[in-house]
Every structure is written in structure tokens, then in C-alpha cells.
Design a protein around this ligand. Structure first.
Ligand code: IPE
Ligand code: IPE
Ligand code: MG
Length: 223
């Protein structure tokens, strides 16, 4: 049976979920944030060590300003509300992505949450904010000051340098693509896609996916 150390989730389908209910997209994002709390708690309960969640991509700036502003504010509000929950559940918080392009108040909130939760020893929850795998790799390479760069050098310079490789990558919302998420770290990840929109995703569906993952024969190029 495969162990599941690092689970990554592309939380997609908030907008379509809202539209189907005759609501505006932001309604879906709020429901999506609630789902994130529920799934994080469940992941922590079942003993997953690292949970990385795609919250805002380097490409999401292409959206209308009102939606971008709403999402950024929502992440900040979410972090403020969640601090108690993170502490109560012994969850450590981390972030990946280029935070320098986000607002000062969000940066402050992120740093505070990292600092307050740094000694927690349970699940590590990692939010990907203004994250793009290509951007991450370029930033990593530019930070390495040597001529002959190895895989290990790049690995150690990525935002995820303290995390193990992704074991299982889940994408909700029906699309079967990675949308620039953790390209390096998912080289040997198992991929599971579902049509379920993120706000409609459930702990039951996650459990079924994990059962499926546990039975897969992971060969890593061997036999
Ligand atoms: C995912 O839901 C959340 C973010 C990308 C921030 P979407 O907003 O992409 O929802 P759809 O895919 O348009 O339904
Ligand atoms: C991926 O979803 C990014 C996040 C979930 C944050 P998108 O909705 O942005 O991806 P595309 O545009 O369908 O590839
Ligand atoms: Mg989408």
C-alpha cells in the first residue's frame, strides 16, 4: 500500500459552481474557502503530512480586477479567521509563490500565520499564492550562484525545498490539466481528476481517491 505524505489539490470549479446556482463567481469562492477548511481538517485527521492547495496562480491576474481583488481579500480574511483553527489542530502553515507581488497587508498576515504556527507538529498546510511552477523554477535558478547546476541545486532552491515530492495530485472541476502547478515536484505524482466542482467536493470523495491511490503500483521507472 502506498503511503500518502504529500497531497496537492487544484481547487477548480468555484465560478461554475456558483453560476449553476444563479450566483456570482465570488459566491463560489467563499464556498470554496469553506471547503478548504473542511478538507484540511480531514487531511489532518487521516494523517497526511503535507497538503498543498492552489489558491491563486500567476495566470489568475488575467481575471477582472474585481475578481482578483476579491480573491486576495478572501485569502487574507481566511487566514485571519483560520489562525485559531490551525492552532487547535496543531497545523503548521506555509506559503509558496511570489508574495512580493501581493499587497503588504496580505504579506503581513501570511508572515504572522507562518510565525505563529511554526512550532506545530501535525499537518503542514501550504497555500500556493501567486504561484506558477515556471516562475518558481526561474526564480530558483536565478538564485543559484554557480555555473554547473544540478537537479539537487534546483530542488533546494525551489519554494518547496522543505517539502517531499507530491505523491497524489487531485484536480476538481473537470479539466484534466496541471495549469502550471508544481510541475517539478509532480514528476512522479499520481494524478486523479474529478468532474465535481470544488465547493461540492467531499471528504467521502477524497477518501475514495486515496483508497484508489493506495492501490496503484508506483514504479518510478523501475519494474
Ligand atoms: C478556482 O475556481 C479558484 C481559482 C482559480 C482562484 P475558478 O474561479 O477557476 O472557477 P471556474 O473554473 O471558473 O469554475
Ligand atoms: C487553476 O485554475 C488555478 C487555481 C485553482 C488557483 P484555473 O481555473 O486558473 O485554471 P485554467 O485557467 O482552467 O487552466
Ligand atoms: Mg477554473
Amino acid at each position: 500500500m502506498n503511503t500518502l505524505k504529500h497531497l496537492a489539490i487544484i481547487m477548480d470549479g468555484n465560478g461554475r459552481w456558483a453560476k449553476e446556482r444563479g450566483k456570482i463567481r465570488s459566491f463560489g469562492h467563499v464556498a470554496g474557502a469553506k471547503k478548504l477548511v473542511e478538507i484540511t481538517k480531514h487531511a489532518s485527521r487521516i494523517g497526511i503530512e503535507y497538503l498543498t492547495l492552489y489558491s491563486f496562480s500567476t495566470e489568475n491576474w488575467k481575471r477582472e480586477k474585481v475578481e482578483v481583488d476579491f480573491l486576495m481579500k478572501l485569502i487574507e480574511k481566511f487566514l485571519k479567521q483560520e489562525l485559531k483553527n490551525l492552532m487547535d489542530n496543531n497545523i503548521r502553515f506555509k506559503v509558496i509563490g511570489d508574495m512580493s507581488k501581493t499587497s503588504k497587508s496580505l504579506q503581513k498576515r501570511v508572515n504572522l500565520t507562518i510565525e505563529k504556527t511554526k512550532n506545530n507538529t501535525g499537518l503542514t498546510q501550504i497555500l500556493a499564492i501567486n504561484y506558477g511552477a515556471r516562475d518558481e523554477i526561474v526564480r530558483a535558478i536565478n538564485s543559484i550562484k554557480k555555473e554547473k547546476i544540478t537537479e539537487e541545486d534546483i530542488q533546494n532552491a525551489l519554494d518547496t525545498h522543505t517539502l517531499p515530492d507530491v505523491d497524489l495530485m487531485i484536480r476538481t472541476g473537470g479539466e484534466q490539466r496541471l495549469s502550471n502547478f508544481l510541475l517539478w515536484q509532480s514528476a512522479y505524482a499520481e494524478l486523479i481528476f474529478t468532474d465535481t466542482y470544488w465547493p461540492a467536493f467531499s471528504t467521502q470523495e477524497l477518501d475514495i481517491m486515496i483508497e484508489k491511490y493506495q492501490k496503484i503500483q508506483r514504479r518510478f521507472g523501475g519494474i
